[in-house]
Structure formats: structure tokens, C-alpha cells
Write a protein that binds this ligand. Structure first.
Ligand code: GAP
Length: 520
């Protein structure tokens, strides 16, 4: 089993994540969070909300911040007036290029189907291209495992090598092959028996369409939101008018988003229904480059502070040709998932594009009015926007992957989720050492007292070692054991998940000690 398979299997076995509507065969791209998973994902969202919005203190000087600023929250509806999506550009342009295989009926995103031709290399280095057939493999050029690409075609390539005097064969990427009719006719699709079965790429809009009200005609069409961001832009004026915020300030929102992804894959990484945690940060155009740098760094540091290993986390600035036409800068926080390095969050300088679009489409003046500005020209302006946009499901998956470890304790193999205490689904488990001598009663008393403050778990079944292992797998940072000394001396053992170190703590101090160790 590779490490991704192990994580998926742990998620299923321990009730973190299940396929959606599994008893009916599931629904591709949709996932359900079980009892442990829902706690973990709620913690990811709560920690984001606390750190970015609720506990943000604009009166404190923020390290590295160019100025103090306020943060407020929002919860906008999933269904909105369809004009929102026209103004944002999603109706016209939110699409992926899709290709179908007429033989296997598989569907691919054209940019995620890498096309290669075979080059044969003679011992003297002379290169001969084999152009009669091109090979397609799911994955992007540069990220595709070319050894795997050749595997299904081993026989065909071996006979080609033989016919050319045993030359070494190597794959060479052919960019944009699917756009070219002549080249497309030579492409052998994955699992197909003959070349030329792929269709030309077609634009496929990713928004889920639905109808509002009883009539199912064009006048009732709207969309499930593909991002939470637009709900913030269309409420910009409402927030300015009611919340006494002053530019620079940010609005944060967490909520569901829906995209009819052509190829949902890599577990929850690319889903059709997922949650976003987005901030739209409004500032003056002249300050936007500085705020962009600020948010890029702050969001990167957030993952590190929650325990993601620095060697697995990367901040990648987009090249100019990757930027949307309106964007002045964009960086991705990327994580080394077991299936490769992929985007966890994007931080974009969106300029005044969105507010300008919504002003024009709605006919409402969305300019900010700065009543403390004396220069008349600078009093009314459309703020520029920095947007840190994170995925709650992708974040949860990255935290799970990073926390997953296998080690040995006392000569026995264990699987452990080394989750940050703020994220751990269960904060502590309480056990009686044995099921007699008044220990269960005492343990239950401690459990009930702690339950008022923390999400704790009680377990009295099985050997103590097995109970520890079960909690290690669930990512529980502390196990509290009631033993003979608890009844006589009023203390318990507290075992720490990662080091397995045990300390004795007085029952009276237990709540505060846990609170301190959990950082709660
Ligand atoms: N408002 C900007 C925006 O939506 P995005 O890069 O399309 O930007 C932001 O999405 C984040 O949302 C991504 O970095 C990712 O974490 C998450 N996300 C996007 N599509 C997703 C999908 N199909 N499944 C899971 N998460 C997704």
C-alpha cells in the first residue's frame, strides 16, 4: 500500500471520511465526514476563523503589518442572483477544456492529459523519433510518472525497440497535441486499443446550474456558487454601511462551494462539493503590493504554526503568463501531498476588478467613502483587493497527510496521527486502568468534569495498550489513566501521544494543565 492508500484506509476505518451515499455506490467527487472527520474539519475552520477573524485584534500592532486593520465575518447565501456570475466572469469564462474518449468513454481535462512521443536513442547518442503513435497519460507534463506511462505499452515499445536494433526508448512531451487535428489522430488514449479516439477539447463550464421556483425555463436559471468570494463582493457596501469598518479591512467567509469538476480525484483534493475559507481584503491601490506580500507570508506561516512540516510546504509565485488578466500578482501555498506537490491555497492581488464589475453590472456605486480624507479626489475610490483563498477540505487533507506516521512503541508497531492539539478531533481520552476497584467510577467523574471544557472520550474496554493505540490513530494528544494512586493520592497519569511520555498530574489541576498543553 502506498502512503495515500494507507491514509484513505485509515480515514475510512476510523470514521474520518466516507464516500458520499456509499450504500448506493457513492457519487464521484463527493465525500462525507464521519464522527472524527467532522471534528477535525470543524477545528480547521474554527482555528482559521479565530486566527483570521474573531480573535484578530486591530488595535494590536501586527508583526510585519504595514498598518492596523479590522476583520469582520460574513455568511452569504449559496444561491444568488445569476447576474452575480455574469459580472464575475464565471458564466462566460469559468470552464475547463474537456476531451472525451469515444472508445473507452472516459472523460479528461485536456490540460491534465499528458501526451508523449517515443524517442529511440542509439548507443552513439543519435536520436530517432517515433512519430506514428503518441501516448497519452493522465497527469500534467512534468508531473506524470513516465515509467508508469510506458507500462501499458511495454510490449508495443519493446517490439519497436527490437525492430530498431534494441535502442533505448524514452518519452518526450508533445505540447498542445490535442489541439492539433493531425497529431490528435495519432494519440493512443489510456486504455484505448487504437489511436485517434479522443475528441477535440471543448470548453466545459464548471458551474452547477439549477432553477429557482416552479418554472424550469431560462428565466429561472441560477447556479450553485463556485466560490464564496462573490458573496463578499456583493455585500461590500452593506458591510461598509453597517460595520464601521475603515479601509484597510478584510471580510472573511467560510462556506460550501460547488464545481462540476471534469475529473474529481486524489481523494478529497479535487471534489465537486467542498468548503472554502476566503478573505477579501480591501485596501488602497497604492498599498496593495505591500498587503499582498503581507497576506502571502501570513497565510504561509499559518500552516507552519499548525504543525505542517516546513519541508513539505512551499510558497510559489505565479509566472506572469499564469495570472488572470485582471490580477496583479498571485502566489500558491503548495503542499507535498503523497500524489505530488499541489495547491493548498491561493493568494491573489485581484486589483479593483470585482468591485468594478459589480458596480457596472448592478449600476450601484460601490466606491468607498473616506470621510477623514481631506483631499477631495482621494475621498471616493474603489478599493483594491487581496484575496487569500483556502480550501477547508484540502487543508484538512494536508493536515491528515502531514500528521500520519508509523513508528514503534515498546517494540510494537503503531500508526499515529500527530495532529496539532488545536486540530485534534478528541483532545483527551480518559481510561480506568482496570474495570474494578472503583476506577471506572472515578474515571467517569473526571471524564464528566472535563467534558464541560473539552471534547474528551471515555473508554474502559480492552488492554490499556490497545486503548492507547486507538487514540494514537485518532490523533488524540493526551490519554488520562485512573489507577490505584488516583483513589489514594488524587493524581492521574497523563500520557502524551507523540513522545508517549507519562507524567502524574493532580486531579484538581487536570483541567488547567490540559488547557495549557492544548493551547486552548
Ligand atoms: N475565489 C478564488 C478561488 O476560488 P481557487 O484557486 O479556484 O480560487 C481556492 O480556489 C481554493 O479552493 C483552492 O486553493 C483549494 O484549496 C480550494 N478548491 C478549489 N477547487 C477545489 C475542489 N474542486 N476541491 C477541493 N478544494 C478546492
Amino acid at each position: 500500500m502506498d502512503s495515500m492508500e494507507k491514509i484513505v484506509s485509515l480515514c475510512k476505518r476510523r470514521g474520518f471520511i466516507f464516500p458520499s451515499s456509499e450504500i448506493y455506490g457513492g457519487l464521484n467527487g463527493c465525500w462525507d465526514y464521519g464522527p472524527l472527520g467532522v471534528e477535525l474539519k470543524r477545528n480547521v475552520k474554527q482555528v482559521w476563523w479565530d486566527d483570521m477573524v474573531a480573535h484578530h485584534d486591530e488595535t494590536a500592532s501586527m508583526p510585519g503589518a504595514p498598518a492596523t486593520f479590522g476583520m469582520v465575518g460574513l455568511d452569504s447565501s449559496l444561491l444568488m442572483n445569476p447576474k452575480v456570475w455574469e459580472a464575475s466572469g464565471h458564466v462566460g469564462g469559468f470552464s475547463d477544456p474537456m476531451v472525451d474518449d469515444r472508445e473507452t468513454r472516459a472523460r479528461y481535462r485536456a490540460d491534465q492529459l499528458a501526451i508523449y512521443r517515443v524517442e529511440l536513442v542509439a548507443p552513439d547518442g543519435a536520436i530517432e523519433s517515433y512519430d506514428e503513435m503518441l501516448f497519452a497519460a493522465p497527469g500534467e507534463v512534468g508531473k506524470t510518472d513516465v515509467a508508469e506511462l510506458f507500462e501499458p505499452h511495454r510490449k508495443r515499445i519493446a517490439s519497436l525497440q527490437k525492430s530498431r536494433g534494441g535502442r533505448e526508448a524514452r518519452p518526450v512531451a508533445v505540447p498542445n497535441a490535442l489541439q492539433d487535428e493531425a497529431l490528435r489522430a495519432k494519440v493512443l488514449a489510456p486504455g484505448a486499443s487504437t489511436p485517434g479516439t479522443l475528441t477535440a477539447p471543448r470548453a466545459f463550464n464548471l458551474m452547477f446550474k439549477t432553477h429557482v421556483g416552479a418554472l424550469e425555463d431560462n428565466s429561472s436559471v441560477t447556479y450553485l456558487r463556485p466560490e464564496t468570494a462573490q458573496g463578499i463582493f456583493v455585500n461590500f457596501k452593506n458591510v461598509c454601511d453597517t460595520a464601521r469598518v475603515r479601509v484597510p479591512f478584510g471580510i472573511g467567509q467560510i462556506g460550501k462551494a460547488f464545481r462540476n469538476e471534469i475529473n474529481p480525484r486524489n481523494f478529497t483534493f479535487r471534489s465537486r462539493e467542498f468548503e472554502q475559507m476566503e478573505i477579501e481584503f480591501f485596501c488602497r491601490a497604492s498599498d496593495s503590493a505591500e498587503w499582498y506580500r503581507y497576506w502571502r507570508e501570513r497565510r504561509y506561516q499559518w500552516y507552519l504554526a499548525l504543525g505542517i512540516k516546513a519541508e513539505n510546504l512551499h510558497l510559489r509565485e505565479h509566472d506572469a503568463d499564469e495570472l488572470a488578466h485582471y490580477a496583479a500578482g498571485c502566489a500558491d501555498v503548495e503542499y507535498d501531498f503523497p500524489f505530488g506537490r499541489s495547491e493548498l491555497e491561493g493568494i491573489a492581488n485581484r486589483t479593483d476588478f470585482d468591485l468594478r464589475q459589480h458596480s457596472q453590472m448592478s449600476g450601484k456605486d460601490l466606491r468607498y467613502f473616506d470621510d477623514q480624507e481631506t483631499n477631495e479626489e482621494a475621498r471616493r475610490f474603489l478599493p483594491h483587493v487581496i484575496e487569500p483563498s483556502a480550501g477547508a477540505d484540502r487543508g484538512t487533507l494536508a493536515f491528515l497527510c502531514d500528521a500520519y506516521a508509523e513508528d514503534e512503541v515498546g517494540g510494537e508497531a503503531r500508526t499515529v496521527l500527530k495532529l496539532h492539539p488545536r486540530l485534534a478531533p478528541i483532545k483527551a481520552a480518559v481510561f480506568p486502568l482496570v474495570k474494578k476497584d472503583g476506577m471506572p467510577e472515578k474515571a467517569l467523574e473526571i471524564y464528566r468534569a472535563l467534558k464541560k471544557r473539552f471534547n474528551v472520550y471515555y473508554d474502559e474496554k480492552g488492554a490499556i495498550g490497545r486503548r492507547y493505540r486507538r487514540q494514537d490513530e485518532a490523533g488524540t494528544p493526551f490519554c488520562i489513566t485512573v489507577d490505584g494512586d488516583t483513589l489514594t493520592a488524587g493524581s492521574v497519569t497523563v500520557r502524551e501521544r507523540d513522545s508517549c511520555a507519562q507524567t502524574r498530574v493532580g486531579v484538581k489541576e487536570l483541567g488547567d494543565v490540559l488547557s495549557e498543553r492544548l493551547g486552548a
